[in-house]
Design a protein around this ligand. Structure first.
Ligand code: PMP
Length: 407
């Protein structure tokens, strides 16, 4: 594939071209939220300037334009995930709301004999909704162990998967460790056992192409803001056969077929899940972000990230006092670590003074922190627009901090 011209690419992202604390910004907090290309900002701006109205009520031209833009974005997402039909693509606020929507549908399906299988590396968004579901229905929450390398323990998976497993919910990529999980194989095994399968794709979509048909899952969620689109919107993919029957999540306008005081009937999917006026400009922005990524090319993006990962590996191979957490060879460029003698939040603050933005803390994965016996980590998470020089600046920044504290 055509290699990315990173300097050219960086000019597409206004937020990357600024100084912070008197230093050029080095933005390494992409797993928390990614920056936005100008094309996304322009698409949203143009939408508001020229096409804004409410959707699906078009007695007039702007209503039609808004509806076309909104539904066009839905079809762009459909193509992005290789879903079969737009009935399978539901707009939500983000991955969190998406998992809640899916879990909500299980409240009348599960009982004390059922089990919900998740893993020890899940984000709280893929733990708490299932824990609540278990508490309400009497079902049991089971947890796949994580190895010292930060991979899913496949023996633990096989031991705990059974015909009692009603739901299998798993992250495709760990936000804290960067580990890429073998979800295709695990989803296949879970389906074989008769479970519904849910994939948290929040950290996968920024780094790799995600094909829901190849994955074979029943549901998948992701958030726009991590994939270079705006905040406030995300997606639930659900298999069409399930979605038209899946329990509605919120009720009100837009999602109904017919309302009377005797009772109400609902629309088919996706509209049955979209109560009220949706995030229209945000949908347009997400559609544009996907077009932008397609323009760069998935292969070129992966190649650029591989270069960054190699540089990270060179540095971590010999860095006294630095302890990476999550050392799988199959990962996206995310480095969680501790530095001897330093609290992660101090590492974050001292890097920020040098213009380097990382995240510190538990990364919404408290059980995983407990698994590795740390209260938190510092995490540098990279995107295709980061440069090898920025990797160097980051590690040199850590060396500076170590020298400062050695004195
Ligand atoms: N799952 C994973 C793996 C995540 O990394 C995140 C965001 N940190 C979420 C779910 C939740 O996404 P959001 O906050 O956008 O709803």
């Amino acid at each position: 594939p055509q290699a990315l011209d990173i300097e050219q690419v960086r000019r597409d992202f206004p937020a990357l071209n600024q100084s912070v604390n008197g230093k050029p910004l080095v933005y390494l907090d992409n797993a928390a939220s990614a920056q936005k290309p100008q094309a996304v900002l322009d698409a949203m701006d143009q939408y508001y300037r020229e096409s804004h109205s409410n959707v699906h009520r078009g007695a007039h031209t702007l209503g039609d334009r808004a509806t076309m833009a909104f539904e066009g974005a839905r079809d762009t997402v459909r193509g992005f995930l290789n879903a079969n039909s737009i009935s399978e693509i539901v707009w939500v606020r983000g991955a969190t709301e998406g998992i809640n929507l899916i879990a909500n549908g299980f409240y009348d399906r599960l009982g004390p004999e059922d089990e919900i299988l998740i893993s020890h590396m899940e984000h709280h968004a893929n733990i708490v909704p299932w824990q609540m579901l278990a508490q309400k229905t009497g079902a049991t929450l089971k947890v796949i162990a994580v190895t010292d390398e930060g991979e899913l323990d496949q023996d633990s998976f096989r031991e705990q998967l059974s015909e009692r497993t009603a739901v299998f919910a798993i992250t495709q990529v760990s936000n804290t460790l960067g580990t890429i999980n073998p979800v295709t194989e695990m989803v296949a095994a879970a389906k074989e056992a008769g479970a519904f399968t849910v994939v948290d794709g929040a950290q996968a979509v920024p780094h790799m192409s995600v094909d829901v048909q190849a994955l074979g899952c029943d549901f998948l969620v992701f958030s726009s803001h991590k994939v270079f689109g705006p905040t406030g919107i995300g997606v639930v993919y659900g298999r069409e056969e399930l979605m038209h029957e899946w329990p509605v999540y919120q009720t009100g306008g837009e999602m109904i077929h017919r309302v009377s005081f005797e009772g109400t009937s609902f629309q088919n999917s996706p509209y049955r899940f979209e109560a009220g006026t949706p995030a229209i400009a945000e949908a347009v922005g997400l559609g544009e972000a996907i077009r932008y990524l397609d323009g760069l090319g998935r292969d070129a993006i992966e190649a650029a990230e591989k270069t960054l990962q190699q540089r990270v590996n060179e540095w971590t191979a010999d860095f006294p006092g630095l302890h990476p957490i999550g050392t799988s060879s199959n990962k996206v460029p995310v480095l969680s670590f501790t530095l001897d003698g330093l609290h992660p939040s101090d590492v974050g603050t001292l890097l920020d003074q040098q213009g380097v933005a990382i995240r510190t803390g538990h990364h919404c994965t408290m059980p995983l922190m407990e698994r590795f016996g740390v209260p938190g980590t510092a995490r540098a998470s990279f995107a295709f627009y980061n440069t090898v020089e920025e990797v160097d600046t980051f590690f040199q920044g850590l060396q500076k901090i170590q020298r400062l504290f050695a004195e």
